[in-house]
Design a protein around this ligand. Structure first.
Ligand SMILES: Cc1cc2nc3c(=O)[nH]c(=O)nc-3n(C[C@H](O)[C@H](O)[C@H](O)COP(=O)(O)O)c2cc1C
Length: 372
């Protein structure tokens, strides 16, 4: 056993504490904090914690497992690494190291458009990284060019993030003065055109008079879903009416998410929005969820409320910051083990046994009505 392995924290909370202590404050502010007063960040965690899980006695468990098939691909556990920008800031192994760790643990991965390493390099680091996330670029042609490159690199699906048309106002990050270290940038966006703006006239708003003109709308999304070389999931929906629109637009899946509380502070927690979206989508496409998943029990809670799988964000940052790819692998293993134990104690042999009946009906604030 290496010194590093000996020194690994024993549990998930230990990784979070150790990462906070190890990272320079500005780096911790960028990776671990959220927008505004962090109301939504806190709500993500609190609303998950408030869901109680029923223990069930003497249920048959032999032959149980945590496998799930998602968009035609089998995952050993219904978890994927959430797309997160600039991971090489946390450890030089970066996104490739995370892909190797996810592969070792049978977890899926979605690579960020703002990854610090080329998508082709990350694809080669293991079989886990099958999905590529992208933001709408400066028009249809550059967005499609990025999608086509992802298809050539062997990705199996695209994840179009739609909840951050403009950056959130991240107070903690701004106060910290975070800047990217020299040499780290979104390499996969090199060469793609950036929108060109004429100078502002008196009284004009940067946002409404300039930026808004280049933002995508539902027609663009429908065009993209129809023409992209791979199935497209939409990430960053909370309202059931938006989820319904995503299905109409041709999305292959919906990811209920508030970007980990990094964009609209005051948005409902992801878990509180999940049941409304699941009811609206009515099985037409898989519904995934992220935001606040910190323990295996949280994975169970999200599955009980109808998620097909969850994405894991900041716990991956914790693992990477503490011990590189080894740390990420350990974090994923801990989550996996905790999910298994939770299933066993709740009397669930497979993921198919996990249902709303496994939890006390949540009385969460912010659930939208399924009528939209
Ligand atoms: C440091 C950081 C960078 C992120 N970068 C992206 C990104 O590039 N694209 C994206 O769609 N989401 C991004 N997200 C949001 C995550 O994909 C995910 O929605 C969120 O982290 C889930 O919440 P959690 O961190 O509480 O698990 C980022 C999140 C963090 C923490």
């Amino acid at each position: 056993m290496t010194d590093q392995a000996r020194a690994l924290p024993g549990g998930l909370a230990g990784y979070a504490t150790r990462a906070e202590a190890l990272l320079p404050p500005a780096t911790a502010a960028y990776f671990l904090r959220g927008a505004g007063r962090e109301e939504t960040c806190r709500a993500n965690l609190r609303d998950l914690e408030q869901i109680r899980i029923w223990p069930r006695a003497l249920a048959p468990l032999a032959g149980g497992h945590t496998q799930r098939t998602l968009l035609g691909r089998r995952l050993d556990v219904p978890m994927l690494i959430a797309p997160m920008a600039y991971l090489p800031v946390l450890d030089a192994e970066g996104e490739a190291g995370v892909a190797a760790a996810a592969t070792a643990q049978g977890v899926g991965m979605c690579l960020s458009a703002q990854a610090g390493q080329p998508m082709e390099t990350v694809r080669e680091a293991g079989t886990a990284c099958q999905w590529m996330q992208l933001y709408w670029q400066a028009g249809r042609a550059p967005t499609m060019a990025l999608a086509e490159r992802a298809a050539r690199a062997g990705f199996a699906a695209l994840v179009l993030t739609v909840d951050a048309p403009v950056n959130g106002i991240r107070d903690a990050e701004i106060a910290s003065g975070f800047t990217l270290p020299a040499g780290i940038r979104a390499v996969n966006l090199d060469g793609l055109p950036r929108p060109q703006f004429a100078p502002l006239k008196d009284g004009e708003s940067v946002l409404f008079d300039r930026v808004a003109h280049v933002l995508p709308d539902w027609e663009d999304v429908a065009w993209f879903c129809a023409n992209a070389p791979l199935p497209v999931l939409l990430k960053g929906l909370l309202h059931p009416a938006d989820a319904a629109q995503a299905v109409v637009a041709g999305a292959a899946g919906v990811i209920v998410s508030n970007h980990g509380g990094r964009v609209l502070d005051g948005a409902p927690s992801a878990i509180s929005a999940l049941p409304g979206v699941v009811a609206q989508v009515c099985g037409a496409v898989p519904v995934l969820m992220d935001g606040g998943i910190r323990r295996g029990a949280d994975v169970f809670r999200a599955l009980a409320l109808g998620a097909s799988a969850v994405l894991i964000g900041r716990p991956v940052c914790h693992g990477l910051a503490v011990a590189g790819a080894l740390g990420v692998s350990h974090v994923l293993r801990l989550l996996r083990d905790e999910l298994e134990v939770t299933m066993a104690l709740a009397g669930c042999r497979t993921l198919e046994d996990i249902s709303p009946a496994c939890v006390q009906p949540p009385t969460l604030s912010g659930s939208c009505s399924s009528e939209g």
